[in-house]
Design a protein around this ligand. Structure first.
Ligand code: BES
Ligand code: MN
Ligand code: ZN
Length: 494
């Protein structure tokens, strides 16, 4: 679907479907030239997600859909995102090849024109997402073009950014949804290269296993040992057009299949471990978005791509391995592999890139799903500013975050009797914090936040633009919003 953005008027000469947003308690205001029978929307109240379709039989469009956005003081970007998604989905259902979505100024000004444009564009693009790559009887989408009508330049600029952010989300979802035999470490690398190919500001390089060995990345390599697929450390770089305000690094867990290794997982739901590369998908997704959205930072993306498989050369429970910074690790459970690949990825980031801030994203623990479910990402920020920025970015984008504790007492739990660290805290509970405490050993004193997306990456509740038993693309939009707002002052100033 092609998205374009236009002024509120004039109304297009002909379009298959006109969608008009309407506030609750107000009569729907139809664009000039669009006429329906006076009784058409008599029962329509404008409640959030309420929809009424009428056939005009004449005018620019034969079909007009009014879509409720709810009460003005309850309106927020999430509601507009959902409504944008409903509009695109209804257009598809009605068989429209093209549609025009009208956002009256009363609706746009309730949340701000730029935010309204962005949320509607995001909703329309993400609501149209589908994954049918392996269906023989797949039919192409009927809806080819959607025109978003809103007032002013701000609305249009917002829509452009929304389209870019949503593009990054959909790209991440494709990577997540791909079966593991089609999304191997080498396929993650190909995806990163593809994203770099979209923009002259983005470059991609990769370390092979031999190069990682030279750098001493024994922790990451201990995970790929049991697999016939070679691991890669992928490094994406974005150069801003404007003068850079600083250097930010995103690090992603890219375990393309997590069998557990020798500490093998039970069979039920093991298929879901194809999405153990969701952190990597978010990082590659944000670089896709950076191909369309300019931000004032030098941005680095580091992906630790590996399979976790059991074979004759696989790492065994009790083995001791050495990370790039010389830290020795006792691998007590080969299923706690995410932290092992991230240890070297974080060392590499801290030592070779030396960014101001590191954010790592990983489907790290089942425990975070127990603690927070599928609607909240668990975050472990090392500064109050980083915590506040991520909470605000999450609320704005509908990718909510929740802070979890990481204290010195937790770092004690991952100290080993035979090596420097051990990769599990052995039956002491606080599984997600233990994972974070292990990672903390590899970032030095750089400002850092670990985001555990094991719950939010997959299977969140249905929200029109996202949800259900499929990849959510979580993280890509959150990170773009973080980059766009990090330089702003205290929250509320915007
Ligand atoms: N990839 C899993 C975590 C996970 C679980 C992601 C469920 C998504 C859904 C991770 O590698 C893992 O296996 N973690 C173990 C850690 C344990 C061995 C300390 C876990 O959570 O059970
Ligand atoms: Mn695992
Ligand atoms: Zn894993």
């Amino acid at each position: 679907m092609r998205l374009t953005c236009k002024e509120l008027s004039p109304v297009p000469k002909s379009t298959d479907l006109v969608v008009v947003l309407a506030l609750q308690g107000k009569k729907p205001v139809l664009p000039t030239g669009v006429r329906v029978a006076t009784s058409a929307f008599s029962g329509f109240k404008g409640e959030f997600r309420e929809a009424a379709l009428t056939d005009t039989g004449k005018g620019p469009s034969t079909k007009v859909l009014v879509l409720g956005v709810g009460k003005r003081d309850e309106l927020d970007p999430e509601r507009l995102r959902r409504v944008g998604a409903i509009a695109a989905k209804r257009a598809e259902e009605e068989g429209a090849a093209n549609a025009a979505l009208f956002c009256p100024d009363t609706v746009a000004t309730a949340v701000g024109a730029a935010r309204a444009g962005r949320a509607l564009a995001e909703g329309a693009v993400m609501g149209s997402y589908r994954y049918d790559k392996f269906k023989s009887d797949k039919k192409p989408a009927k809806l080819k073009a959607l025109t978003l009508h809103g007032k002013g330049r701000e609305f249009r600029a917002g829509a452009k950014r929304g389209e870019g952010a949503a593009g990054g989300n959909c790209f991440a979802r494709d990577l997540q949804n791909s079966p593991a035999n089609h999304m191997r470490p080498r396929d993650l690398l190909a995806a990163a290269r593809k994203v770099a190919g979209r923009s002259a500001q983005i470059r991609c390089k990769a370390l092979s296993e031999a190069e990682m060995k030279k750098l001493g990345m024994g922790s990451l390599l201990s995970v790929s040992r049991g697999s016939s697929e070679p691991a890669y450390l992928i490094h994406l770089t974005y150069e801003p057009k404007r003068r850079s305000k600083g250097k930010i690094a995103f690090v992603g867990k890219g375990v393309t299949f997590d069998s557990g290794g020798i500490s093998i997982k039970p069979s039920p739901k093991m298929d879901e471990m194809k999405y153990d590369m969701s952190g990597a998908a978010a990082v590659i997704g944000v670089f896709h978005a950076l191909g369309d959205i300019d931000v004032p930072y030098e941005v680095h993306g580091v992906v630790a791509a590996s399979e976790n498989m059991p074979d004759a050369s696989a790492t065994k429970p009790g083995d001791v391995v050495t990370a790039m910074d010389g830290t020795t690790i006792e691998v007590l459970n080969t299923d706690a592999e995410g932290r092992l690949v991230l240890a070297d990825a974080l060392c590499y980031t801290a030592k070779k890139i030396k960014p101001d801030t590191i954010l790592d994203l990983a489907t790290l623990t089942g425990a975070v799903v127990m603690a927070l479910g599928h609607e909240l990402t668990g975050i472990f920020p090392t500064s109050d500013k980083l915590r506040d920025d991520l909470l605000a970015a999450g609320a704005e984008m509908g990718e909510l975050c929740w802070p979890l504790p990481l204290l010195d007492c937790h770092k004690e739990q991952v100290k080993s009797k035979v090596a420097d660290l051990r990769n599990i805290n052995s039956g002491q509970g606080n599984g997600s914090t233990a994972g974070a405490a292990f990672l903390a050993g590899f970032v030095g004193d750089i400002e850092w936040c670990h985001l555990d997306i094991a719950g939010t990456a997959w299977g969140s509740v249905e929200r029109d633009w996202v949800g259900g038993p499929t990849g959510s693309g979580v993280g890509a939009r959150l990170l773009i919003e973080y980059l766009e707002t990090r330089a702003d002052g205290p929250k509320g100033a915007r």
